[in-house]
Design a protein around this ligand. Structure first.
Ligand code: NAD
Length: 455
């Protein structure tokens, strides 16, 4: 059984029966049987199904947002934002699929023609995270289905009610039951899914689990895509509007209660504006309303996973012991539920876990730097490389700095942003492969090369 807990209250809200290994093997067999017919449908049919899925999201936004808030604790306005933000991603995929998946003739001379077609991978596993289940799920299953794959979708055990809703919506929209199947369960269910002879695994989650997935998938010689964690930095140059940068970065650090893969987790500030920035940042954070995630005014909710409270407490203790200054928060809030105060430290450095390990909560360290070179060195001093941002009024300075930063996405005067038109990827422990953009459609296919000589 899988017990679903409301993180705001700590109460159990549902009991679900988890899939067994045998059940997962049968689901795989059904998917394998159904995939060729799905791939053989016209793309226009698959597009129409996903368009109806979009209609279902629009129709049911309020109900789906309430379910998401009840199981992950996301403040209700942010749950609604996730659903409305999903529409833009769907529109991108629906608009770009046809041209991206079209066969291409790349050479045609003297009776010799060369063509590329896009063949679906087959049956893929989509093992997902809980923090943005609509975003990170749809980044995979939408283009995968459009390209003609069958998808075995295992939502996180912390977002299973949402995963089941996604399945119901897709089936209601015309995607056959066997072509998209929801696998219910935790890590064991994910491992059992990997044990099947799947054609690809598309994973979103932590580095620790991602490296286990890579090891299990290695001998299979299948497509492996891992979207993992981050320790994303931002640097504030000495020429900025400090108040505007502080407002942008406080939101980037604390939105979704700091539980975004691209949350800002480290801030470096040029010494000339350090004190002014810190004051403005703390004021912003103290203005955030913590409370019942079903309340329209709440901005900070509970942490989805209770275990994260221990990690945050340990980072606070470590930072304090090594000389950091606590400027706001710093403690868990008494139960019921899994709550932590929004927390800000200054005078931090890279000996501290707070500046090295993914926090995945409402906590941030701000470090003063002497100049741009020191900022770049510290931004790159990490195991991760998902995103990085620079705040400056000088476009050339931003360009120069961002070119030196080793990250999948870089931002000028913005942060915590994902675009369906751009590839989403990480370097180092932030993962391999990518989603989104036209590359994120192609990745669910293998290019087949045709050498055609006319007799
Ligand atoms: P997690 O690694 O704990 O779990 C992710 C998924 O893996 C879950 O579905 C889980 O049940 C499954 N799993 C666990 N053990 C497994 C095993 N042995 N075999 C197969 N599957 C297994 O991560 P999480 O707590 O769900 O998500 C948080 C992490 O995800 C953070 O590190 C965050 O940065 C990252 N994340 C990254 C992105 C991105 O786009 N790069 C997006 C969202 C979240």
């Amino acid at each position: 059984m899988l017990t679903v807990i409301n993180p705001a209250s700590g109460e159990a809200i549902a009991e679900l029966s988890a899939d067994t290994s045998d059940g997962i093997a049968r689901a795989y067999q059904r998917a394998r049987g159904a995939q060729p017919a799905w791939a053989a449908t016209e793309l226009s049919h698959r597009l129409a199904c996903l368009q109806r899925f979009r209609d279902g999201i629009v129709r049911d936004t309020e109900r789906l947002a309430a379910i998401l808030t009840s199981e992950v604790g996301k403040p209700i306005r942010q749950s609604r934002n996730e659903l409305t933000g999903l529409l833009g991603r769907l529109d991108f995929f629906l608009g770009a699929a046809e041209s991206t998946l079209a066969a291409r003739t790349v050479f045609d001379e003297g009776g010799m023609r060369e063509r590329i077609t896009h063949v679906p991978l087959g049956v893929i596993a989509n093992i997902s995270a809980w923090n943005y289940p609509y975003f990170v799920g749809a980044n995979v299953f939408v283009p995968a289905l459009l390209a003609g794959n069958a998808v075995l979708y295992k939502p996180s055990e912390y977002a299973t009610l949402t995963g089941i809703e996604i399945g119901n919506l897709l089936h209601g929209a015309g995607v056959p039951q066997d072509v998209f199947q929801v696998i219910v369960g935790g890590g064991e269910a994910g491992a059992a899914l990997l044990a099947q002879p799947i054609d690809g695994v598309f994973f979103t989650g932590s580095y620790a689990t991602g490296s286990r997935i890579a090891q299990a998938a290695g001998p299979k010689m299948i497509r492996v895509q891992l979207e993992l964690g981050g320790k994303d930095p931002a640097y504030i140059c000495d020429d900025v509007d400090v108040a505007a940068a502080a407002a942008s970065l406080a939101d980037g650090a604390m939105y979704n209660t700091g539980q975004s893969c691209c949350s800002v987790e480290r801030i470096y500030v040029h010494r000339r504006v350090h004190d002014a920035f810190v004051d403005a940042f703390v004021r912003e954070v103290q203005g955030f309303r913590i409370g019942d995630p079903t309340d329209e005014q709440s901005y900070i909710g509970p942490l989805t996973r209770v275990a994260q409270l221990d990690i945050l407490e340990a980072q606070v203790a470590d930072a304090r012991a090594k000389g950091a200054r606590l400027l706001a928060g710093g403690r868990r809030i008494d139960p019921p539920g899994h709550w932590f105060e929004p927390t800000v430290f200054s005078h931090v450095d890279h000996r501290m876990a707070l500046m090295r390990e993914e926090s995945f909560g409402p906590i941030i360290g701000i470090q003063q730097v002497a100049d741009d070179d020191e900022a770049v060195r510290l931004m790159n001093d990490t195991e991760y490389g998902l995103t990085a941002g620079v705040y400056t009024n000088d476009a050339a300075r931003a360009e120069r700095l961002l070119a030196q930063v080793n990250a999948g996405s870089v931002y000028w005067n913005c942060c915590d942003r994902v675009s369906p038109r751009l590839p989403w990827s990480g370097v180092k422990h932030s993962g391999i492969g990518l989603t989104l953009s036209t590359y994120g459609i192609e990745t669910f296919t293998r290019p087949k090369a045709w050498h055609l000589r006319t007799p």
